[in-house]
Design a protein around this ligand. Structure first.
Ligand code: SF4
Length: 127
């Protein structure tokens, strides 16, 4: 293995917050389609195979937890395809935390249905 590739999927430009300086939020409140997400994941998997690397998939926004069902679909889809193709995949999320619930906390493994690392979008609404 020669390290990892990074694939970022911007699941939606919508957000639960409206930080004035940010490009996300109501201005471009569009969600990614499932077809586009699958095309992105297949492209990432193919490139991982070609370069003999693992694949880090990061869910980004806006607030990606607004598209929780799409996020879960992406995890299930890539876990299945990665097992078929023998590619090592890890999942991550960047979130502002407003929609985090116990069931949405990171999982401790690379298995389907969840991500295993996350980072917070720390924001200041006052400017
Ligand atoms: S929480 Fe993050 S993504 Fe959402 S509007 Fe603020 S800076 Fe943008």
């Amino acid at each position: 293995m020669n390290g990892t590739l990074a694939l970022t999927l911007c699941l939606t430009h919508d957000c639960t917050l409206r930080c004035r300086y940010c490009y996300a939020g109501s201005k471009y409140a569009h969600a990614m389609t499932q077809e586009t997400a699958e095309l992105g994941m297949e492209t990432g998997l193919a490139e991982a195979i070609r370069t003999k690397r693992g694949l880090d998939i990061s869910f980004f926004g806006g607030e990606p937890l607004l598209e929780w069902e799409l996020l879960q679909h992406c995890c299930d889809y890539t876990a299945r395809r990665a097992a078929e193709l023998k590619v090592q995949v890890r999942y991550g999320i960047t979130t502002n935390g407003t929609l985090l619930t116990p069931e949405r906390l990171p999982h401790g493994s690379n298995s389907a249905g969840g991500y295993n690392w996350f980072s917070f979008c720390v924001t200041n609404l006052s400017y």
